[in-house]
Design a protein around this ligand. Structure first.
Ligand code: AMP
Ligand code: MG
Length: 410
């Protein structure tokens, strides 16, 4: 049995970054940039006013309070040079006329027909967004591996990038195994359960930037499992779920070995998720990581979060693979035995300046309701026994809980 750290060290590097593809700019959100990009045009591209007001040459305005207004420049206008000793009425986004260097905001002026009286003179360059003040053409814009969010997409648009080369989305096959499983569409039958893991894992894969490819359900029979694996191994990664434990009908390990998957480890000192299997299928230039998840629904999702998601992010060329661990205070005690690193499900509440973790009463690896939105995984270190109320521990929060009121507005 390997530790969580050993398992991560064996697993994550086997997820090699995929090649790239060109996508229209709007589709690049949440994708990873494949190549570094440089600034194409100065940003801003021209000196322009940041405010509604009057543009002037500051040096020529010193001492004179009332000045003639010789021009009006709207956003989008092509400005004429500013006549000496005059000001130009100007609006936000409008280009500064040649000869002007400063804008007086309209709130600090009084307009009288063709003249304006200035109540104060700002510093040189005030209220002007100078050409290239944010970026100059030729400078680096984004490094390869940058994650593209809304502001990156906006900046890429300013630079004329209508299409972007991003790392491909991993296509990840999911094979559910178990005689008791039925599809969501098939009629309920006694002693069967819906293959909910395929849905949960597909959702987790979509959130992790991947394309889930459900292969369906294989019964607990070696030849049946094997017949599905060949198709699964044609994808960028293969996830099997169920059948990796020690029972007589846990046949996934054998089926994978028979399908030329080199098993790197089987069993990790983790709770939930101990039966986890990881292997690699290599054939020619293909290098397919294979993850055998335990079938218990909580185990499957916790193991996905801790091991599989970081690997899949690496496949997408991301630089930062691992979740943040935040400091939380336990609200209630938790009894446990040392030996495995445990990810204890808890609900987080922010109280008096700290995160309190209320440990969920149901810690069974089948109780999916302990892992709904806003849940935290409090980390009980491998060698620790009972955890006391009031203790500070680390926790992973797959999705940060939101709140009912806008506290940021206080
Ligand atoms: P296994 O890992 O095959 O020993 O399964 C452990 C538990 O998870 C059993 O109670 C299974 O019925 C359940 N299970 C296995 N696969 C799935 C699945 N795809 N969806 C929901 N539950 C499952
Ligand atoms: Mg099973």
């Amino acid at each position: 049995m390997v530790t969580v750290r050993e398992a991560l060290d064996l697993l994550v590097p086997q997820f090699s970054p995929l090649g790239s593809e060109r996508v229209p700019l709007p589709d690049a959100v949440d994708r990873v940039l494949a190549h570094a990009l440089t600034v194409q045009t100065d940003l801003p591209a021209f000196d322009h006013s940041a405010m509604d007001g009057y543009a002037l040459a500051r040096a020529s305005a010193v001492g004179s309070k009332t000045l003639p207004v010789s021009a009006e420049i709207k956003a989008g206008d092509r400005p004429q040079p500013l006549a000496a000793g005059t000001v130009a009425r100007i609006f936000t986004g409008a280009p500064l006329p040649p000869g002007a260097d400063t804008v007086v905001i309209q709130e600090n002026t009084t307009r009288n027909g063709a003249e304006v009286t200035l109540h104060s003179l700002p510093e040189l360059g005030e209220n002007v967004r100078a050409r290239a003040s944010e970026f100059a053409a030729g400078a680096p814009l984004f490094e390869a591996g940058s994650l593209l969010g809304p502001s990156e997409i906006g900046l890429l648009a300013t630079q004329g990038y209508a299409e972007i080369e991003v790392v491909k989305k991993p296509r990840v096959a999911i094979l559910a195994t178990g005689n008791e499983l039925r599809t969501l569409q098939s009629p309920p039958a006694p002693f069967t359960i819906v293959d909910s893991n395929t849905y949960a894992l597909s959702a987790a894969l979509t959130r992790a930037g991947c394309i889930p490819v459900p292969l369906g359900i294989a019964g607990d029979e070696l030849s049946v499992i094997q017949s599905h694996l060949a198709r699964g191994l044609e994808h960028d990664a293969l996830i099997t779920v169920g059948g990796v434990s020690v029972g007589d009908y846990d046949l996934v390990g054998d089926a994978l070995r028979a399908a030329a998957v080199r098993v790197e480890f089987h069993k990790v000192a983790i709770k939930p998720g101990k039966p986890l299997l990881f292997g690699v299928h290599e054939q020619g230039s293909r290098h397919v990581p294979v993850i055998g998840l335990p079938g218990n629904p909580v185990s499957a999702l916790v193991v996905f979060e801790i091991f599989v998601r970081p690997g899949l992010l690496r496949m997408q060329g991301a630089r930062d693979l691992f979740p943040q661990a935040i400091d939380v205070k336990l609200a209630n005690e938790y009894r446990r035995k040392p030996g495995r690193t445990e990810f204890v499900r808890a609900q987080l509440k922010y109280e008096s300046g700290e995160w309190l973790a209320y440990i969920h009463s149901q810690q069974g690896s089948g109780a999916l309701s302990s892992l709904t939105a806003g849940s935290a995984l409090v980390i009980a270190p491998q060698q620790r026994g009972k955890l006391a109320a009031g203790e500070m521990l680390k926790a992973i929060v797959p999705s940060m809980p939101r709140r009912s009121d806008p506290a940021f507005a206080d």
